[in-house]
Design a protein around this ligand. Structure first.
Ligand code: FMN
Length: 218
């Protein structure tokens, strides 16, 4: 009788084990759900930042439907995820410029995802950083929210792929580096050069309205 009222040590241990097991399963489930929602939120934030940045480069007054005017790109050359698209800015049925995504793997703390707007005349329409992990107070000045450094690309024209001026000042070029942080701006300048190389090599295709119609149903 007494045995039924007072659980044995073995019974107590198995009860605790079941409790701990349940707790572990529940904790794992909570962590998994949190991770999924966090990843979704980060993706949504990146998409929102990208759409805002697109219209900072080519405002809605130039092309209100910019987001729909997608073009397929060679992912390898731009170091981007396969399937990432570019955009054509259309004004009066003419392609007045394109926005190309490009990723630099030469950042201080990891990849830097950029979009580079290039006008039909090869001048830079604007550049924006979409995501990065550079150090706050040092490399993060590439972010438009932190400084206006990225605006220094606007209107710039590279004089061919060997233009020594398309570099940070420390490397003999025209773009400022940051105090004590040259790696990040150097990576961004180089990535804009990659986008310009791509643009020059595929200019006819990128500036053709047919490219958009063929590759993306509106
Ligand atoms: C903790 C820490 C974080 C740093 N973060 C960055 C960064 O985000 N971007 C960057 O360019 N340099 C960063 N640096 C500095 C680089 O190591 C490097 O010294 C610098 O980019 C070189 O620039 P300088 O030639 O102008 O000194 C960081 C250094 C430390 C110690």
């Amino acid at each position: 009788m007494e045995q039924n009222e007072h659980p044995t040590t073995t019974q107590s241990i198995s009860k605790s084990a079941v409790g701990i097991g349940l707790f572990a399963v529940l904790s794992a489930a909570v962590i998994a759900v949190t991770q999924v929602t966090t990843v979704d939120r980060i993706d949504a934030n990146i998409r929102e930042a990208e759409s805002r940045a697109l219209f900072e480069i080519f405002p809605a007054s130039i092309d209100a439907r910019l987001f729909d005017h997608r073009i397929e790109l060679e992912a390898g050359q731009l170091n981007i995820e396969p399937g990432t698209t570019g955009y054509q800015a259309i004004q009066d049925d003419q392609v007045v410029g394109v926005i190309l995504p490009v990723t630099s793997s030469q950042g201080y703390s990891g990849d830097i995802d950029l979009i580079v707007g290039i006008n039909a005349d090869s001048t830079i329409a604007g550049v924006r950083v979409i995501s990065h992990q550079e150090t706050p107070g040092l490399g993060d000045k590439i972010d438009r929210a932190k400084s206006d450094w990225i605006e220094s690309f606007k209107g710039a024209l590279r004089n061919g792929p060997d233009d020594s001026n398309w570099a940070v000042k420390k490397d003999g070029g025209q773009f400022d580096q940051f105090t004590g942080a040259t790696i990040t701006p150097r990576a961004v300048v180089k990535a804009t050069g990659v986008a310009l190389d791509y643009f020059e090599s595929q200019k006819n295709l990128l500036l053709s309205p047919a490219t958009r119609e063929k590759s993306h149903a509106e």
